[in-house]
Design a protein around this ligand. Structure first.
Ligand SMILES: O=P(O)(O)OC[C@H]1O[C@H](O[C@H]2O[C@H](CO)[C@@H](O)[C@H](O)[C@H]2O)[C@H](O)[C@@H](O)[C@@H]1O
Length: 290
């Protein structure tokens, strides 16, 4: 797609930086809640999934956002892993594509057990966890001879990375993954950026997680709430759809090239995401200095 194609796509999904002032006028008097995807949104896409670190500047701005608005990160990664990258305590985390949700560690009403340990608020796919181990075992065995495959245990989901798999070996891997999912019957397959994502086939996705979190925050049916969701990948489309269904809120896709999306706005890169979040913080601090 050439620059002209991108410009005409931008007309349908305007830059959230270019249109920031208009967006914010409509946000006045509303309770903003910020939802962020992790990979490709807060961190750049890198060859090794274990090295998708967030920059110090990004961490600082996300921390400022969390001081201004309720903030959640909804990721395909396991919750622990995404917390390990973000390391901020005052935000909500939803790992495994929304299948593992926990409140901020500093939340006053945070439920704790008798040992003071964090109690997870919502894990709708708990019964599937033994099967996740089985999937990992089978895949380990069956992909052993395929060079470049990386398996990632995301607690309630499994990611099968094929970024480093040759074109020649890809159909073999695809067949292994598809037949495993077909045989199991209780799981579904989605495809992200050079990754197969295997997750329980239940009616729960990033969109449901967004609704659950809004409900938890007391904004379930509020007319005053304005959710902002920023994400770059296919599973983020479920959250964009949830915002569209609400009829209120801003959905922002991160992409350098035109793509089919339900998002209303766009940003080109995690660096643009940082700029957008920073402007949001500045606007909030100037409009409400207390
Ligand atoms: O929902 P997300 O937080 O966006 O997670 C989606 C997948 O992200 C990660 O994989 C992607 O990013 C890696 C690091 O940049 C990259 O190496 C990989 O090719 C991408 O697909 C994560 O590792 C997966 O488990 C998530 O499903």
């Amino acid at each position: 797609m050439n620059e002209n194609g991108y410009q005409s796509w931008l007309k349908k999904h305007p830059s959230a930086l270019e249109t920031f002032d208009e967006m914010i006028v409509r946000a006045k008097g509303k309770k903003i809640v910020v939802f962020l995807d992790y990979d490709g949104t807060l961190s750049n896409i890198v060859p090794n999934p274990d090295e998708a670190f967030m920059s110090k500047k990004m961490r600082r701005v996300v921390s400022e956002v969390a001081r201004c608005f309720p903030t959640a990160i909804i990721s395909g990664r396991s919750r622990d892993k995404v917390y390990g990258f973000v390391k901020l305590d005052d935000i909500y985390y939803a790992g495994s594509h929304g299948l593992d949700i926990a409140a901020p560690f500093q939340c006053q009403n945070r439920p704790v057990d008798k040992n003071g340990e964090e109690v997870v608020r919502f894990q709708p796919a708990q019964i599937y966890q033994p099967l996740i181990y089985k999937i990992l075992d089978v895949l380990k065995e069956e992909t052993n001879d395929i060079k470049g495959v990386m398996l990632e245990n995301n607690k309630f989901c499994v990611s099968v990375h094929f970024r480093h798999v040759s074109d020649k070996d890809f159909p073999v891997l695809e067949e292994v993954v598809k037949s495993l999912v077909d045989d199991l019957g209780e799981f579904r397959l989605s495809e992200g950026k050079k990754v197969f994502e295997i997750r329980p086939d239940i009616e729960w996705d990033k969109g449901h997680a967004l609704e659950y979190l809004l409900e938890t925050l007391g904004y379930g049916s509020s007319n005053d709430v304005l959710p902002i969701y920023i994400g770059d990948d296919r599973t983020d489309e479920d959250a964009f759809k949830a915002i569209k269904k609400r009829g209120k809120g801003y959905s922002i896709v991160v992409s350098t090239s035109p793509k089919d999306t339900m998002a209303s706005y766009s940003l080109r890169s995690p660096s643009d995401v940082k700029k957008f979040l920073s402007r949001l913080v500045t606007w909030k601090n100037n409009s409400d200095p207390s």
